[in-house]
Design a protein around this ligand. Structure first.
Ligand code: ADP
Ligand code: MG
Length: 262
């Protein structure tokens, strides 16, 4: 028996009241979200609704103008520069944030001059200080997991789009992130390659990996997500379980989006 009551679980990643502008155009208008361990949160919305900007702000690939970001309960220390954009106070903290919060890009962003294996071992060696042998062993296991072990000595341009994206996912996993952000990971792929990448993401969801996923693959989002967020013009227009958002959308815009895309 214990006297203590368990504290509410600390989210792996949390953002409060995030705002972001490009010049005079405010494109993120106060978004808050908490991802707990094992959450798969899909972000849906029309093109231009702010999905990518939001995701990129979370690990400071873009600088927000207002808001707070917490990773594993630690607040990212931010300070406004003379334009009003928030910059990290300490580079060391940004590196830690980016280690814990992985990012998978629409266009893979593999380094073209490095083999697949070298792409994957680079950050674990440089940032995590792994030995070459250790990093290679992890990379080979991850390449097997995403089904491209035979491509380890190839360069990115020798791979199909689906294989490149699977290599990019392996590269992200090699950093043992606590959360992975996916920005339309299949939208640059030919249709026949979409499923092989969705299959890898589904496997990660089944393993309990915490993810934020921007996607237009609505039936996939419905199947794998614990939570759906529908963005409209830089705000969360609707959120809920997949069943709530797909079956009983409250907002007219979300209803329209669902009826034209799903
Ligand atoms: P989504 O990913 O939902 O399609 P984005 O986050 O890419 O939306 O874009 C949101 C808004 O911000 C759009 O109006 C877009 O034109 C604008 N925007 C995005 N990136 C930039 C940029 N680098 N400079 C100026 N405006 C931008
Ligand atoms: Mg986008």
């Amino acid at each position: 028996m214990t006297q203590s009551t368990p504290a509410a679980a600390t989210p792996a990643l949390e953002v409060r009241d995030l705002h972001k502008s490009y010049g005079d155009l405010e494109v993120i208008k106060g978004i808050s979200l908490a991802a707990h361990d094992g959450d798969v949160i899909s972000i849906l919305g029309s093109s231009g609704s702010g999905k990518s900007t939001f995701l990129r702000c979370l690990n400071l690939l873009e600088n927000p103008h207002k808001g707070q970001i917490f990773f594993s309960g630690e607040e990212l220390q931010l300070k406004a520069d003379k334009t009003g954009a928030l910059q990290a106070v300490r580079n060391e903290q940004i590196n830690r944030l980016r280690t814990q919060v992985g990012f998978v890009f629409q266009n893979f962003n593999l380094w073209p001059h490095m083999t697949v294996l070298d792409n994957i071992i680079e950050a674990p060696r440089r940032v995590l200080g792994q030995s070459k042998a250790e990093a290679i062993a992890t990379a080979e296991a991850l390449l097997a997991k995403v089904g491209i072990a035979d491509k380890r000595h190839n360069y990115p341009n020798q791979l199909s789009g689906g294989q490149q994206q699977r290599a990019a996912i392996a590269r992200t996993l090699a950093m043992q992130p606590k959360v992975i952000l996916f920005d339309e990971p299949t939208s640059a792929l030919d249709p026949e390659m979409v499923q092989e990448v969705l299959g890898v993401i589904r496997g990660l969801a089944d393993e309990g990996c915490t993810m934020l996923l921007v996607t237009h693959e609505l039936s996939f989002a419905r199947q794998v997500s614990s939570q759906i967020m529908f963005f409209h013009q830089g705000r969360i227009e609707e959120q809920g379980t997949p069943e709530e958002v797909f079956e009983r959308p409250q907002s007219e815009r979300c209803r329209q989006f669902m009826s034209s895309h799903y």
